[in-house]
Design a protein around this ligand. Structure first.
Ligand SMILES: [Zn+2]
Length: 281
């Protein structure tokens, strides 16, 4: 009898230890998954997946979660309906879209420089300008929280963009997150994407299938952009090293972008904010 009680005690202690371990480390890794070897052709989204799935805790806070890998969604708030024109930043009379920002003092001087480079990547060839916040009501609050993520479009008031150091501090990743804040979803979420790419469902981590959903987006009469900084890479969420997205018709098209916006990305910003297609901003 004593032995049975002892066994019960030991097993409940073990499960308590197990549960605690889980609570401390909520990071999820698919069974049998091996981190893919570097191929040197990664996209901004590949870096984001690496940071969010392997180098950070997955839960942002009790009421906020990530969809599509890096778009923050608060429970009970408009989210999926926030496409294109429903959540724009306001435009100034001088034709620019000024986005006020606050930069966390936790970043080092070097890190601050990289973040500003990411801002310049967006500003070049577009009407968007990032300005340090003085009194503006709506602004982005750039913080080194866990992972790389942003809310979609302007939410009104303060909104966080998380850029964890050092994993998210690459110009392409920073520009990608700012594109979300400007109101853009991932390129392969476009409602017409099946005309351009094939999603290889069996190759995707089973728990991440939802990251490949389609949405009713406004393509603003721009062609499907394989080279968008908002496009997933060919091996995004691959569970066995096989491609998860294959371009239709041609195998030679590279998906996504590592460092900078594509020309169409810039046109997308200018069209969404009705800034015209001129290149001389
Ligand atoms: Zn993203």
């Amino acid at each position: 009898m004593d032995r049975i009680i002892l066994l019960c005690l030991v097993s409940s202690w073990l499960s308590a230890v197990h549960a605690q371990k889980f609570l401390i480390s909520p990071k999820w890794v698919p069974r049998g998954f091996k981190e893919r070897e570097e191929r040197g052709d990664g996209t901004a989204m590949d870096e984001i997946i690496k940071a969010n799935e392997f180098h950070s805790t997955r839960i942002i806070d009790g009421s906020t979660s990530l969809r599509e890998g890096d778009i923050a969604v608060s429970a009970g708030r408009r989210s999926k309906t926030c496409f294109a024109r429903s959540c724009l930043w306001s435009k100034s009379v001088d034709g620019h879209v000024y986005i006020a920002y606050n930069l966390s003092p936790e970043y080092s001087e070097m890190e601050e420089k990289v973040i500003k480079k990411g801002m310049e990547t967006i500003e070049k060839g577009t009407c968007v300008r990032f300005v340090p916040r003085t009194h503006q009501r709506d602004y982005i609050d750039i913080q080194p929280k866990s992972g790389c993520w942003s809310y979609l479009g302007a939410r009104g008031g303060r909104q966080t963009v998380s850029l964890q150091a050092p994993d998210c501090l690459r110009t392409g990743v920073i520009a990608h997150e700012f594109m979300h804040a400007l109101g853009f979803v991932h390129e392969q979420s476009r409602f017409d994407r099946d005309n351009y790419v094939t999603i290889m469902w069996p190759n995707i981590w089973r728990d991440r299938l939802r990251n490949f959903e389609k949405f009713k987006t406004d393509s603003m009469n721009l062609p499907y952009d394989y080279g968008s900084i908002m496009h997933f890479g060919m091996y995004a969420y691959s569970q066995d090293g096989e491609p998860t997205i294959i371009p239709k018709n041609s195998q030679n098209i590279k998906l996504g972008q590592a460092l900078t916006l594509s020309h169409i990305d810039k046109m997308k910003i200018n069209r969404l904010y009705k800034c015209g297609d001129k290149d001389d901003y």
